[in-house]
Design a protein around this ligand. Structure first.
Ligand code: BES
Ligand code: MN
Ligand code: ZN
Length: 493
């Protein structure tokens, strides 16, 4: 498990600034006004900050940007990081500032002189999110990061505001670690074990084995894992922090630990990326972890279908007909359209067992969504305008790109089968939409539902403001916020 940065919170002590080692970050608004800590740094450096302001440098910077002054005279620090940030920044600006500081921190200690900035905790979150390296399999580990000391006027308040935010960052790290792991390490069994370990933080976790899944009639899910030596599993994680008896929100994730395509084998180039095909299950797991860590006042159940899609003499063949738990028969015309087979059964089970108030599934489901939306936005498909709007609002507030796509009966013509109730692939046209329409068959009437196709956003080739290249943890923050808006806000009133 990648460890989070350690943060300490202290009331501002101006006299400690001169002797602080490592890096010292001061925050200056674009108006160039210096707060008491910045004035002290300015005095120690014989006017360096004032000169930066007078030269118009600060005025040119965007909120959240950082300029570093190396080895400042008059201070023990090796650098002063001058951050352009208003005293009342937006959440996005504050996080960006924290991330920019973290990106240049390295092994040095870091002192954040946040004064009375009203988004100090969000600066801390930005810093925490960016301080991630997946070095589990490197003989030479990334340099340990230095400790971060937060100095603020009301440090106890900042510390308590930061606590639930850091719980969310912990969930994001869990998602990233799972998604980054290679498939020989994160086997189906290892995945289930890591989830079972969440019992320690108060989640109720059950692991359903193949014999249980057979009894439940999950013929669609089981057909995907048939070709693999790794046993298929469904893991159910419950967080019951809300009112007893309130219907939970259900989160369902695609957990294909590796997707070779099966008998409809994928081409070699880029196949290694399919270690991230459990990204949807990774996000569900990360959300459940953060809900438990921040003791969310909400009832949420997370279900993940964990399988490996391999070709072998036991593997499902193109043309095979399988029967889902719902009872619908499916012609598997392409064994590479496997995610929807997994989700169909887990979604049906989620609704039968938990009668949720709403259901959201997440999956690295189609290459077509990358063609449509690239790596900036996840595809959002929904049968419920209200739930969909709430999600889009939450994603926007968290800076996680999400774009609604259409669904409609007309698309069902593309997934008609000659021999079964439905076929599992509609071919190239509207590939992401036909996948969503396939899933919709397994959503009960009147069940508010969102399908998130995260194939383009779960893992990226170039780093973002908040994560290095590889797994991003996209969705953990948005879903935490959605849970807060939908379930927790009502309690507080
Ligand atoms: N796991 C893939 C989708 C994917 C592609 C995820 C690229 C991340 C990056 C999925 O199982 C798949 O193979 N989908 C097929 C569906 C087709 C056969 C109908 C696809 O997108 O080509
Ligand atoms: Mn596939
Ligand atoms: Zn897949």
């Amino acid at each position: 498990m990648t460890e989070q940065l350690a943060f300490e919170f202290h009331d501002t002590d101006l006299d400690a600034i001169a002797a602080a080692s490592g890096r010292v970050a001061v925050f200056v608004g674009s108006d160039g006004k210096l707060d008491p800590a910045a004035r002290r740094v300015n005095r120690l450096t014989k006017g360096a900050l004032a000169r930066l302001v007078e030269a118009g440098e600060i005025g040119k910077m965007k909120a959240g940007e950082v300029k570093s002054l190396g080895y400042p005279a008059g201070m023990a620090a090796k650098a002063v990081d001058v951050v352009c940030l208003p005293r009342r920044p937006s959440v996005a600006e504050a996080r960006k500032a924290g991330a920019a500081l973290s990106a240049r921190q390295g092994g040095s200690a870091l002192l954040l002189l946040l004064g009375s900035n009203n988004r100090a905790a969000e600066v801390v979150l930005g810093c925490a999110l960016r301080a991630y390296d997946f070095d589990a399999h490197m003989s030479k580990k990334a340099d340990a990061r230095g400790a971060v000391t937060v100095m603020a006027t009301k440090s106890a308040e900042v510390a308590s505001e930061a606590k639930p935010l850091l719980a969310k960052a912990e969930g994001v790290f869990f998602t990233r670690d799972l998604t980054n792991e290679p498939a020989n390490v994160l086997t189906t069994t290892e995945f289930a074990n890591r989830l079972a370990a969440l019992e320690k933080i108060g989640l109720k976790v059950e692991v359903l084995e193949e014999k249980d899944l057979q009894k439940l009639g999950m013929g669609a899910l089981l057909s995907v894992g048939h070709g693999s030596i790794s046993p298929s599993k469904v893991v159910v994680m419950q967080w019951n922090g809300g009112k007893k008896g309130d219907a939970p929100l259900a989160l369902v994730g695609k957990g294909v630990v590796f997707d070779t395509g099966g008998i409809s084998l994928k081409p070699a180039a880029g196949m290694e990326d399919m270690t991230m095909d459990m990204g949807g299950a990774g996000v569900v797991s990360g959300v459940m972890k953060s809900l438990a860590l921040r003791k969310a006042k909400a009832n949420v159940v997370g279900l993940v279908g964990i399988v490996e899609n391999m070709p072998s003499d036991r593997a499902t063949r193109p043309g095979d007909v399988v029967t889902s738990m719902k009872g619908d028969t499916i012609e598997v015309i392409n064994t590479d359209a496997e995610g929807r087979l997994v989700l169909a059964d887990v979604m049906w089970y989620a609704q039968e067992r938990f009668k949720p108030r709403g259901m959201i599934d997440l999956a690295t489901l189609t290459g077509a969504i990358i063609v449509g939306l690239g790596h900036e936005n996840a595809g959002v498909f929904s049968n419920d305008d209200d739930l969909c709007k709430s999600f889009l609002k939450a994603a926007e507030a968290e800076g996680e790109g999400a774009w609604r796509m259409p669904i409609g009966e007309a698309y069902n013509a593309l997934i008609k089968s000659r021999v079964a109730d439905v076929s599992n692939s509609g071919g190239r046209p509207a590939g992401s939409i036909t996948a969503a329409m396939f899933l919709k068959r397994f959503v009960k009437d009147d069940m508010p539902w969102i399908h998130l196709d995260i194939a383009g956003v779960a893992s990226v080739k170039s780093g973002t403001a908040f994560s290095p290249k590889g797994a991003t943890g996209w969705g953990v923050l948005a879903l935490n916020r959605l849970v807060a808006d939908m379930c927790e806000a009502a309690d507080e009133g």
